[in-house]
Each structure stands twice: as C-alpha cells, then as structure tokens.
Design a protein around this ligand. Structure first.
Ligand SMILES: [Zn+2]
Ligand SMILES: [Zn+2]
Length: 464
C-alpha cells in the first residue's frame, strides 16, 4: 500500500469530520482548529509519502547494485578496443530492450542509445557512459581479470578496462533499470548514451562522442542537459570530485617531421643533421609554456612523446619524426600555442639548414566545461548522495575526455567517482590507464546513486 493513500484517507477523514461538526452544530472556531489539525496531518502524511518514495528508490538501488557489479565484472572480463565494442554493445542493447525502452544501436559504429519517456511532461536529459577498453595487459589479480588480446597497430596486445569504462557502462545500465521502473512518476525523459571509442578511434576511422553527434544524436533527442561520470584513482571510494567551468583539458596530437640530408656520421659537414635540429626543437618547445603562456590564467602542457629516426651509429639520417600532445584550457591559448609551435619548428629547422613540417591532428578533444549554473544547481544532489564532507572540488585536470563534445552542445556536468580503496593513498594508487588500475567496487553503488539522483532531481526541479 502506498502512503499517498493514507494521506487521502486523512483528507477524507478531514472532510468527514467537518461535515460531522456542521451536523452537530459545533462552533466554527473548534471546527477551524480541527481543520488546522487535519491540515497538519495531511502535511505530515505527504512528508511520509516523500519518505517512502525515497525508501522505494533506495530499495530499487539496493536491488540493482549487485547486478551492476556483476555486469561490470562481465564487461571487465571481456574488454573490447575502441570501435570494436560488439559484445558490450549487444549486452547493453539486450538489457535496454528488456526494460522496454526505445533502443537504437549501431550509432557511430557500435554506439547504443535508449530513450525513456516519462509518464509526465518535462524536459529531456542525457546520461552518458563510454564502453571501450585500452591496449593494456592487465596485472590486477582478480577472479574476473582480463586475458583478452586484440590486434592494435599491427601488433597483438593485451586488452584491459584500464580506464574503468566497464564500470561506467554497468552503472548506466543500472540507472536505466531504476529509472525505467519509475517512469510513470518521471516528469520528463531520459536519453541513455552508451558511446564507443572515447579513447579515440583506430587510425583512419572516426568515432566517439564527436561521431555520435555528427550522426544527429542531439538533433533527434534534443536534451536540455547532459551528465557523465568517470571513475577516478585520485579519489578514494566514497568520494566524489567535481569542478565548475573548465575541468578537463583540450588535447591535441601533433606530428613534427624534420628533414635534413643523410651523410656519414664521420663527415657531418657533408649533410644536414635532423637529429641535432630535432634536439633544438624539443628544447625550444619548452619555452612556449615557460615563456609565452600566461600561466596565471591557465596552465598548459606541451609534451614530445616519441622521437623516431636513424638506424646506425655512424649514419646521420635523412629525416626523423616526433609526435606529442598539447593540453590547454582555453581556445585562444590553444590557438596561440599551436601558432608558437609552428613558428619554432619552422625557424629552428631553417636555422639549421633543414626543413620541417608541423601537423596538428584534427581529432583532438575540446575542453570539458562544466556549466557553472548546472554545477551549482546539482551540487546539493552530489553532497546529499555522498555526504557533503566527501564531495571535493578538484583542481584542473590535464587529462582529456570526449564528453567535451556533448557539453559544448548543451549544458553539461561531468563528475568523478573515487575508486581507490579507503586505506590507500590515492596519490600512490595505480592511475587510470595503468595495468594495475583497480576499482574498489564499493564505489560502484555511489556512482549508481549519484547518476540516478542527478536525473531525478533535475527532472523534479524542471517539472516544478
Ligand atoms: Zn582513458
Ligand atoms: Zn576514460
């Protein structure tokens, strides 16, 4: 029996009491007191109704949590690389169909989306999870350890959910189940997004959030806000991290090719040395962040991650290649850094009599910007779910996330769920992408609650 019925019973009792008073001729004043008393009872009953609504939500969350952990383990044991999330997508699709949602699969290669239509009118919000794993060989000793391998850049590599996207997928499957069970009382709709290739598509392919949007996802469903979470080694299980405004960096990948002229290692004056030129370029690139970026406004990073050139101790090669990444938090600074790098590469090569090309891959991610207004509005939800003392405001994160593309279209909130065991120092815990990345599964319930209650609170507030 629902407590709402109790409230109605009291309401009826109130009416009956008034009628009785009138019949008996009890003075109006007493009747007023009785009426006021009844109103208090009705009020109390409605707060009991709210309490029991909470209890029912709590029951649903408790019921689904062990299954979320099972799904997570299953996905963890069967990880798939970007744009190859076939098994994962099938698991997700079947689950969402069982819930009776409108499901669309095969978006942006292996993406799956589901639309939950609430019983009452209201806005649409989007909740997003990512499904891909990484070319990492797992070293964590758990019963559901991954032993999967796959082809990656012409090599056979181990595959592992080293970024925790297995948890993201399982959590959102759980959120979908909880919300689908409450659809009649939802004032609005929820779009569940399970996207592939967050870590970046294989060479020569498109993928991830950018492709999902390119294929018309937000034009079709028009969400008013988008939410996403990431499991995070730098926080303990039980903690949630957030930040308002710019949160995660824009990431760009660059390639520099330095061309000289091959000669014998003993007679360098007969050639042009691309190795010495490259060394000067690497050094000169360091002056961008240290001398040219206003670091009081935003931090920035320029990293050369690989240098490939040469074959033998006594041969100066014709050319070499360097690749690296740029991390920024503001479009103007990003443009200025790219321009500065281009200038340094070109003129340093020229100063050495060499030539060089500088190419920035267009597939980079923009900055993840958490909408300040949305963040302010939803922060109380995170604080209620985790306990205010467990919700931490984070420093800027130089890592990148393609959630940025969604949050560029509509107000977004991307938050972080701690997964490092409580007795361990997060600073020394194996980070995301490590073969030893470990999720304390007690954190999964918090992620499930946080995402569910963000959706419920947002829709409840919008529905008035
Ligand atoms: Zn990652
Ligand atoms: Zn990730």
């Amino acid at each position: 029996m629902s407590v709402k019925l109790v409230a109605n019973d009291h309401g009826h009792a109130h009416t009956r009491a008034n009628n009785e008073n009138l019949r008996r001729g009890i003075p109006l004043r007493t009747s007023r007191i009785i009426a006021a008393g009844s109103a208090a009872i009705v009020l109390a009953a409605s707060s009991i109704a709210a309490a029991s609504e909470k209890e029912r939500l709590e029951e649903r969350l408790r019921a689904v949590e062990p299954r979320v952990i099972e799904w997570r383990r299953d996905i963890h044991r069967n990880p798939e690389l970007s744009n190859r999330e076939f098994r994962t997508a099938k698991l997700v699709t079947e689950h969402l169909k069982r819930l009776g949602l409108e499901v669309q699969s095969g978006i942006a290669h292996t993406g799956v989306v589901a639309f939950l239509r609430g019983g009452k009118p209201g806005p649409t919000i989007a909740l997003r999870a990512d499904m891909d794993a990484l070319p990492v060989t797992e070293e964590v000793d758990v019963p559901f350890r991954s032993r999967a391998t796959a082809e990656y850049r012409g090599e056979t590599v181990g595959v592992m959910h080293a970024c925790g996207h297995d948890a993201h997928t399982a959590i959102l499957m759980g959120v979908a189940e909880v919300l689908a069970g409450m659809r009649d009382s939802l004032a609005g709709n929820v779009l569940f997004i399970f996207q592939p290739a967050e870590e970046g598509p294989p060479a020569g392919e498109e993928g991830g959030a950018e492709l999902m949007l390119k294929e018309g996802l937000f034009e079709k469903y028009r969400p008013e806000a988008v939410f996403g979470l990431h499991v995070w080694s730098l926080l303990r299980a039980g903690e949630i991290g957030y930040r308002s405004g710019p949160t995660m960096a824009a990431s760009d990948f660059f390639t520099i090719r330095v061309r000289g002229r091959q000669s014998h290692g003993s007679r360098p004056w007969q050639g042009i040395d691309p190795i010495v030129t490259a060394a000067q370029i690497v050094n000169a690139l360091q002056t961008i962040v240290s001398r040219q970026v206003d670091i009081t406004r935003n931090p920035a990073v320029v990293t050369v991650g690989a240098i490939k050139g040469g074959i033998r101790h006594n041969i100066i090669p014709d050319e070499l290649e360097m690749i690296g990444t740029i991390r920024t938090f503001e479009p103007e600074q990003r443009a200025a850094i790219i321009q500065g790098m281009e200038r340094i590469v070109r003129s340093t090569a020229e100063a050495n009599g060499a030539s060089a090309t500088f190419h920035v891959d267009p597939s980079g991610n923009p900055v993840v910007v958490n909408d300040p207004d949305l963040t302010r509005r939803m922060l109380p939800t995170l604080q209620r779910v985790a306990g205010a003392e467990n919700v931490k405001e984070l420093a800027l994160i130089t890592g990148a996330e393609d959630f940025a593309f969604y949050a560029r279209e509509v107000p977004g909130l991307f938050f972080f769920v701690g997964v490092t065991p409580r007795d361990q120092d997060p600073e020394t815990a194996a980070p995301n992408h490590s073969p030893r990345f470990f999720i304390d599964e007690s954190a999964i319930g918090l992620g499930l609650r946080a995402m569910t209650e963000l959706a419920l609170d947002y829709l409840a507030a919008a529905g008035g």
